[in-house]
Design a protein around this ligand. Sequence first.
Ligand SMILES: *[C@@H]1O[C@H](CO)[C@@H](O)[C@H](O)[C@H]1NC(C)=O
Ligand SMILES: *[C@@H]1O[C@H](CO)[C@@H](O)[C@H](O)[C@H]1NC(C)=O
Ligand SMILES: *[C@@H]1O[C@H](CO)[C@@H](O)[C@H](O)[C@H]1NC(C)=O
Ligand SMILES: *[C@H]1O[C@@H](CO)[C@H](O)[C@@H](O)[C@@H]1NC(C)=O
Length: 265
Amino acid sequence: MDRKRRRLCLLASLLVVLLIIILGVVLGLTLNRDRDPLKRTFLDRCGKFKEYDCQNVWSIFEQAYVNKDPCNVPPEAYHPLIAAAPIIPACNRMMFWSKTKDVVHDFTNKRDCFITMEDTLLGSVLDGLRWCGEEGSTETFTTDCPGWSDCVNNPVRSFWNSVSAAFAKAACGQVTTMLNGSIDTPYSPSSVFASIEVKNLNSTTVQKLNVVLVIQKNAVTNCTNASLENLKKDLGEIQYDCKEVPESQIQECASDPEKPCGSCW
Ligand SMILES: *[C@@H]1O[C@H](CO)[C@@H](O)[C@H](O)[C@H]1NC(C)=O
Ligand SMILES: *[C@@H]1O[C@H](CO)[C@@H](O)[C@H](O)[C@H]1NC(C)=O
Ligand SMILES: *[C@@H]1O[C@H](CO)[C@@H](O)[C@H](O)[C@H]1NC(C)=O
Ligand SMILES: *[C@H]1O[C@@H](CO)[C@H](O)[C@@H](O)[C@@H]1NC(C)=O
């Protein structure tokens, strides 16, 4: 072979290698993107919490449901995850909610007064998402997963029950909850708040629960509603208070950074 041909040959093989690398990277990226949207969102959102090793948290999370029957993932399956990313108690600042998600998060996003479960790492990385595994598979699926009520021990419901219980267990001092005055039963026995969170409040560490009953124009109930009497009973030794607060007052306070958190209601 003469020199010219050798050089050409080298150049051609270099080009081929380069092409293969580029193709591989592009293909790898697109495949990855399509195959693991949940992981991508999880890691994206987790990135805000600098103190955690997100890859590690993800792999512990996956172990709870991967390669399992999606109707046979009990809340305990997430205990290792909760141990890896524990809820850090913020006394007097913990905010619960039931059927008031939008008004609560509008408030907590604008003001640094309270912390909801969705502000914690585990509460935020999977908010609004669905996932499950399958026996005999190492994959995570995001479609054709059982819904909230299809079976009790499904991966999503067990996750929220587990994380909600941990959030409630960590509560201390005075805690607050926003309930909805536009529905017949603001404290519904089937809500996560009633069935999981209230049950897990520790009366040694929690002094008092302040109910903020959000009143809109179409309000149907008030603090005298019998379901709230049930709440008072469920609290045992924990003190109870209920205030009817117009939604407009909460919104005003949310947009007034000068107003002290304690005087919003
Ligand atoms: C209360 O519930 C009703 C009915 O689901 C809803 O339309 C309304 O926005 C809720 N109120 C608040 C303050 O979230
Ligand atoms: C409640 O909190 C106290 C004090 O931190 C602790 O000793 C106790 O184990 C807790 N109880 C439950 C049921 O977790
Ligand atoms: C609360 O609602 C009940 C009916 O649900 C009504 O009879 C009562 O007057 C209301 N109380 C107040 C303080 O608005
Ligand atoms: C609130 O209390 C419950 C009992 O838990 C009743 O079923 C509701 O009818 C009541 N709501 C109103 C508007 O009276």
